[in-house]
Ligand binder design. Structure first.
Ligand code: ATP
Ligand code: MG
Length: 211
């Protein structure tokens, strides 16, 4: 998905997440960011063992990876990387960004994240190096304020304000947690995630007994 010879002015979006499961909130975020920032492609990077989520409570990486592939298949600009799920040790965003930076040569990297996740940015490992290594696109998410984020960044690290772009997207109050809870109760999750993902969850019996 990173081409052998990436043009120097290429712009690549990275969309990190646990994707347990992937849903339309993720897809709309990536698609709107792609168009708004004229990204050449967006690479979805499902997390291996997320450092902030308890091991054992997260669905096996192979299921999350497969669901992500199914969800992005019809979009010619979307790709999935197994970089993090293939790693044995926990993956930090800085390692992933460095990996893609090295592979992509001079291409510009844009890390797409929801307003909730980026609020934690200042607690992330080596966040300053991260802000040096890529540009962030913080997309709106119901319940989280981009304004507040701008305020916090302005106070804590004003030198990086221009490395974090705020992007309003059509609000989708969908979360993976919400889908997992519904699936566990046998409630419909149709139209919250692409059909193949919905069918895969049913077929594999994911999220049953997860309450
Ligand atoms: P969970 O409920 O398990 O935390 P989630 O829905 O938040 O799942 P993640 O895999 O944690 O999904 O999120 C990956 C990225 O997508 C994060 O940057 C998150 O902020 C963003 N994101 C998730 N859902 C939405 C949404 N509905 N609107 C905007 N951004 C979203
Ligand atoms: Mg989340």
């Amino acid at each position: 998905m990173i081409r052998k010879r990436e043009p120097h002015n290429a712009k690549i979006g990275l969309m990190g997440g646990t994707f347990d499961p992937i849903h339309y909130g993720h897809l709309v975020s990536a698609e709107v960011a792609r168009q708004q920032f004229a990204l050449d492609r967006v690479i979805f990077v499902p997390a291996g063992v997320p450092p902030h989520k308890q091991e054992g409570k997260v669905t096996a990486a192979r299921h999350r990876y497969l669901m992500t592939v199914m969800a992005v298949m019809s979009n010619p600009y979307f790709y999935v990387s197994s970089y993090e799920v293939d790693k044995k040790e926990p993956s930090y965003t800085i390692d992933t960004v460095r990996h893609f930076a090295q592979k992509a040569g001079g291409a510009g990297l844009y890390f797409i994240t929801g307003a909730d996740a980026i609020m934690d940015l200042l607690t992330w490992k080596d966040y300053e190096a991260l802000l040096e290594a890529c540009t962030f696109i913080a997309v709106s998410r119901p319940g989280y304020s981009l304004e507040r984020l701008r305020e916090i960044l302005g106070r804590r690290c004003p030198q990086y304000l221009d490395k974090v772009h705020m992007l309003e997207i059509p609000a989708l109050a969908i979360s993976s947690t919400f889908i997992r809870e519904r699936a566990a109760l046998g409630k419909t999750i149709r139209y919250l995630t692409p059909d193949p993902v919905e069918r895969y969850i049913k077929k594999e019996g994911l999220y049953l007994n997860r309450l």
